[in-house]
Design a protein around this ligand. Structure first.
Ligand code: MGD
Ligand code: MGD
Ligand code: SF4
Ligand code: MO
Length: 885
């Protein structure tokens, strides 16, 4: 029997509704849920490829202790025992949890309750510290609560949308599509992008401000001064609903127009235009993401933005307001349960004795944490110093994603007891676990998540639990019970946890706290199962309604007023000539974080198949590196080796490297080994976007490209990058020294049986070498080697893995230097849904298709999920510009 379930995408904070169908043979397919108010049926490339990422290959299916299979009882006993032992000997602060915005609210609630109420420490922090803790801190300073006032609809209603530190086109693609559609229907709408890089999002922007890294504070403090000078301040609003204006103005008045120009490096015309647009447009929405949050001045950046919205009273009204874009599917749910080390549950404050008392009474707990716990960076430093004796990591991969990643890895090695709950057996983090617990993944787990606009949606299971995998909340509750807290953790199903969470949100809450979903306090199983997406708040007795906060001008500080925050911008001078480049890190369109899921999909791996460093042509020239050459990037903490991608989109002196690649997919590309543990002093969020580095060409004796049916093992090369491909794997390679026996190298790496003889070809003139191994008509592996970056058409070579090579002549053609002569090379994949390559799009443009729609009609590209539409537009613009020259 076919089963169809409405659920929610497990990737970004847009929180799209997904309809998943599983047939009786177990085949899963997904499509966008047309009724879900986040996406109205749309999905991006990652959402559309979900079914390709849920196979059991590499899954962790049984608990393990010290690398051997163990039963659940034994594993849970061990965890409870070790945690209890550490607490008994060294106190509650000697243990810690490091969790994730990818947990469901129910999981997160249990983790937080166990640590803060029962263990009695606040040593629970989360990867959200690296993600949006600056926004939390900024909101709390300004509003007295961590409230996101607006909704997605505001983007569509606005006349001016400012996207700052956000690559919306790639990171919140469905929201980007909603914005693009709104702009197409109302061309008067202006979009301003603020980002040192010219990203794909720039294609939608009327104005792109490529400011110098970390000069956002100067930009927005200057805007504040400009608003005052131009009588654009809403004096009535400021007088009635805010405090701190005078001090803030005093601080801002130092920020002259000339000073802003000096700091940001922007052209005067652009700056003037931005200030004019903000001053003269009423309906303004400012969206901010990691370019704002991940900075040593992240919290100030947030407040500099909020100051401008408060000064103009543009908050909480349709089409107006600040909107923090959350990254993970449940970043917001984590905030609601108080999953950060400095928060208490249900948006209550750890600093408040009343709140602590209230939560403790509600939980009837033996303890309540009474001071903030260790924030992520401090937490791992404490692990390194031996102060943490037992650590439980859940749904995050810190050996890849934490700053100073090598030090984090060393800390885990040194930690006496590490538990990791994950869905995969081998990640850079799981390999350091003493106890490894198999969790349920997307499609199997069941609970709720909250998206960027406060909308709570159900994730429902469509598949049975594989092997012995169990839910994260269950693991936590079982350990809690074993630690002696039986009654407080007697949950049998997620609905019971959700009820309790909802009840706590309403407990002694007469409107003093923003987060109130009291209407769900007595939700029964059936209603929970059928729950439609709804926005909070939803107090008892209310019915679901779209609601903005602060429309009435009342905030959550004791006096009901919002606070302006006086900010002194600090000029960020870079004088270290040993590390002259600024490293900026972030995301690409088709990969999710550390690639444990998206790395399974050939389609998603085809868009960008290896780690890269984007840099300006002049910088590349000075470093002597050509396109497709390799770069070694170094900071005082480590080095990475990645492919050079030379583009004018990048400012001079600055290099962009994606955060995704790790030791499972590349030789040396964990970019966080370069990032120092510098954090925002208020939020504790690491500054992942502004790192001083040096760069040089990585000189290789040989470059290579290979395809292999088996997953390559023990790759021994100076540089390698692995990606899933249709029918097997693709590998980019570079060797600092020649290998003595290439054939033996291949047989070992690609698991080719000794009995298989290679077919070989050497071009004496160029030194190019090609080797192929066949099992009858089927290619097992092929290696293409050259002294320069290998020019073989990648898609053609990959297609050989699934092609039939009926006779020797055909097999020999593979190595004989006529790759794909019979078929044009489609080029790197642009449209993941229909596997359309860049060369095909260029040909289509040359053939007369001059719009995204025309290309779509011709090639289908961009007509399904639409994630590649910005890129297609870029290719069209590039072709047309080149033709006009
Ligand atoms: N495809 C994809 N989508 C994702 C994710 C993913 O892994 N892959 N992850 C999700 C998560 S958890 C998150 S947090 C979000 C992140 O979403 P975004 O924040 O949009 O993504 P990033 O690429 O981290 O960074 C955004 C931009 O900030 C810019 N930036 C760098 N320095 C500065 C600066 O000083 N000022 C300004 N104004 N901008 C600067 C960078 O150049 C970059 O283009 O994406 C979510 N969506
Ligand atoms: N340099 C640099 N570093 C960054 C960033 C950056 O922009 N630049 N961004 C930061 C940000 S914003 C973020 S959010 C982090 C993200 O970084 P991480 O959280 O480390 O990245 P993920 O790959 O999402 O890790 C999730 C892990 O949980 C596992 N998993 C998946 N589903 C489940 C489940 O249901 N239960 C359990 N128990 N496990 C599961 C996955 O296999 C994976 O190992 O990276 C941060 N690090
Ligand atoms: S935009 Fe894409 S990744 Fe984000 S929730 Fe929607 S489908 Fe998932
Ligand atoms: Mo994030």
């Amino acid at each position: 029997m076919e089963k169809t379930v409405k659920t929610t995408c497990p990737y970004c904070g847009v929180g799209c509704g997904v309809i998943a169908t599983v047939t009786d043979t177990g085949a899963v397919s997904v499509k966008g849920d047309p009724d879900h108010p986040s996406n109205y049926g749309r999905l991006c490339s990652k959402g559309a490829a979900l079914a390709e990422t849920i196979d059991l290959d590499g899954r962790l299916l049984h608990p393990q202790i010290d690398g051997r299979r163990a039963g659940w009882d034994e594993a849970l006993d061990r965890v409870a025992e070790k945690f209890a032992e550490a607490i008994a000997e060294h106190g509650p602060d000697s243990v810690a949890f490091y969790v994730s915005g990818q947990l469901l609210t129910e999981d997160y609630y249990v983790a937080n309750k166990l640590m803060k109420g029962f263990i009695g420490s606040a040593n629970i922090d989360t990867n959200s510290r690296l993600c949006m803790s600056s926004s939390v801190a900024g909101h709390r300073r300004a509003f007295g609560s961590d409230t996101v006032p607006g909704t997605y609809e505001d983007l569509e209603l606005a006349d001016l949308v400012i996207l700052t530190g956000s690559n919306l086109a790639w990171c919140h693609p469905v929201l980007y599509q909603r914005l693009a559609a709104a702009k197409a229907s109302r061309p008067g709408m202006n979009v301003v992008l603020i980002d040192p890089r010219r990203t794909m999002t720039a294609d939608l922007a009327d104005l792109h401000l490529a400011l110098r890294p970390d000069t956002d504070v100067a930009l927005f403090v200057g805007l504040f001064a400009h608003l005052v000078a131009n009588n654009a301040v809403d004096q009535n609003y400021v007088a009635a609903h805010t405090a701190g204006f005078a001090e803030t103005f005093a601080a801002a008045s130092n920020m002259s127009f000339a000073e802003v120009l000096e700091q940001t490096g922007l052209p005067a015309m652009q700056l003037r235009e931005f200030y004019r647009l903000f001053t003269t447009t009423d309906k303004v929405v400012t969206c901010y993401s990691q370019g704002v949050n991940q900075s040593s001045s992240g919290t100030d950046k947030v407040n500099a933005i909020l100051n401008c919205h408060l000064a103009t009273g543009r908050i909480g009204r349709p089409g107006m307001g600040p909107l923090s874009l959350t990254g993970q599917p449940n970043a917001m749910g984590g905030r609601e349960v108080g999953g950060l080390a400095n928060m208490l549950a249900a948006h209550m404050a750890l600093e408040s004795a009343d709140d602590r008392d209230r939560v403790q009474r509600f939980w009837q707990s033996p303890a309540i944490a009474d001071r903030p716990g260790l924030k992520a960076v401090d937490l791992f430093q404490a692990v390194a110093e031996g102060r943490i004796k037992a650590l439980w990591i859940m749904a995050t991969n810190p050996v890849v994603s934490m700053p100073d990643a090598d030090a984090v890895e060393a800390a885990l090695k040194a930690c006496p007891f590490v538990v990791v709950s994950d869905i995969l057996m081998d990640t850079d983090t799981t390999r350091h676990a003493d106890v490894l617990l198999p969790s349920l993944g997307w499609g199997e787990k069941d609970g709720t998540v909250t998206n960027s606009e406060r909308r709570i949606s159900r994730q429902r299971n469509v598949l049975d639990a594989p092997g012995e995998a169990r839910a994260d909340w269950w693991q936590l509750a079982e350990v809690a019970r074993r630690m002696g807290f039986k009654d407080a953790f007697a949950y049998g199903a997620p609905v019971q946890i959700f009820q309790e969470h909802a009840a706590l949100s309403a407990f002694e809450n007469a409107g003093e706290r923003d987060f109130d979903i009291g209407a769900c306090s007595d939700i029964d199983r059936q209603t929970y199962d059928a729950l439609s997406p709804f926005q909070w708040p939803r107090p008892a007795g209310s019915t679901p309604a779209e609601q903005r906060f602060f429309a009435d001008g009342s905030f959550y500080h004791a006096d009901g007023k919002a606070r302006f925050i006086a900010i002194e911008p600090v000029a960020c001078d870079r004088t270290d000539t040993a590390y002259p480049f600024t490293l900026n890190t972030g995301r690409i369109r088709d990969h999710w974080h550390t690639m444990t899921r998206t790395g399974k999909s050939p389609r998603l791996s085809a868009h960008i198949a290896e780690p890269f460093a984007e840099l300006h042509p002049r910088d590349a020239m000075e470093l002597g590196v050509g396109n497709a050459g390799l770069l070694e990037i170094e900071s005082p903490r480590g080095t990475v080796i990645v492919r050079a991608l030379i583009t004018e989109r990048q400012a001079r002196g600055s290099i962009f490297v994606p955060m995704h690649w790790n030791d499972q997919f590349s030789a040396k590309a964990r970019v966080d080994v370069l990032v120092p543990p510098i954090v925002d002093r208020i939020s504790g969020q690491p500054a992942s976007k502004n790192v001083a580095v040096a760069a040089r060409r990585f000189k290789a004796a040989h470059y290579g490209f290979a395809v292999s049916r088996a997953k390559p093992k023990g790759l021994d090369a100076g540089y390698w990058a692995l990606a899933k491909a249709e029918g097997g794997w693709r590998v980019e390679l570079a060797f600092d020294q020649p290998v003595e026996d290439w054939s033996a190298w291949c047989q070992h790496t690609f698991a080719v049986p000794d009995s298989v003889e290679p077919l070989g070809y050497i071009d004496r003139q160029t030194g190019d070498l090609r080797l192929a191994f066949f099992d009858g008509p089927h290619l097992l592996a092929a290696l293409f080697l050259a002294r320069e970056p290998v020019a073989v058409a990648r898609n053609w070579a990959i297609a050989q893995l699934t092609a039939e090579h009926a006779n020797l002549r055909k097999r020999f053609a593979l190595v004989a230097g006529r790759p794909g002569a019979d078929k044009p090379d489609p080029g790197a994949t642009v449209c993941a849904c229909f596997a359309v390559g860049v060369n095909q799009i260029v040909a289509s443009v040359r053939g007369g298709c001059h719009s995204v729609e025309a290309v779509g009609k011709h090639l289908n590209a961009g007509t399904n999920c639409g994630s590649c539409r910005a890129e297609i537009k870029g290719i069209i613009d590039g072709c047309l510009a080149a033709a006009a020259e």
